[in-house]
Design a protein around this ligand. Sequence first.
Ligand code: KIV
Length: 263
Amino acid sequence: MKTINEFIQAKEEGRKITMISTYDYWSARICEEAGVDCILVGDSAGMVVQGLETTLPVTLDEMIYHAKAVRRGAPGTFVVVDMPFMSYQVSVEDAVRNAGRIMKETGANAVKLEGGEEIVHIVEKMVGAGIPVMGHLGLTPQSVHALGGYRVQGRTEEQQKKIIKDSKILEQAGVFAIVLEAVPSVLAKEITEFVEIPTIGIGAGPYTDGQVLVFHDMMGFFDRSPKFVKRYLEGKKLFLDALKKFSSEVQEGKFPQKEHTYD
Ligand code: KIV
């Protein structure tokens, strides 16, 4: 299993970091077998496997449920768990207690929090308590309503200055890596050069120290994908074909055969 020191070392040595966001036992097993560096149990679970419009309704108990399954599937992989909306924003005490629950109940290696300057006191407290924290800047989906929708961040000079400043503040607070989501690649490059900890991009171009994609997106399980997703498989088509074949074979009496039957 990788450690936070190895992620920082990877940046120093110019080795790219791979991270996959996923939520269950079987996909985590495949990620581990494929040798991905890190699994993120993202609160995107709310949208990807619960069919919600946003990540906001996802609960701490749901994240713990997903993280336990992922840990069972990938016992040898570094696992980061998203702290869901309102599990860390209300008070520092709440935040540390909730992060502690994630670490104790799931066997995760780290938690991820969205935001910059406004959450720095929380990050410091968690890091002080021995909990590794990953930051998340740019498009922060838990703030979708405040941002006016899912849109690229860091297009204006003001936004750029804030994201750059936030990245340094998070680094000083002790995060071991920062996810940069939906920002122009030149900005991601500037931040990546500016901080000593690794940046992991999603929709942030090629210059970050690592890349993260959502398992279901990259496997092509949805009809349409955002621009930044590369579909490494047409998973929906494969599943659809298999299900149609199953139905017609059952109708036609071709399944089950003798080899699928107990005597
Ligand atoms: O929730 C998630 O899966 C994420 C990644 C998209 C970075 O935060």
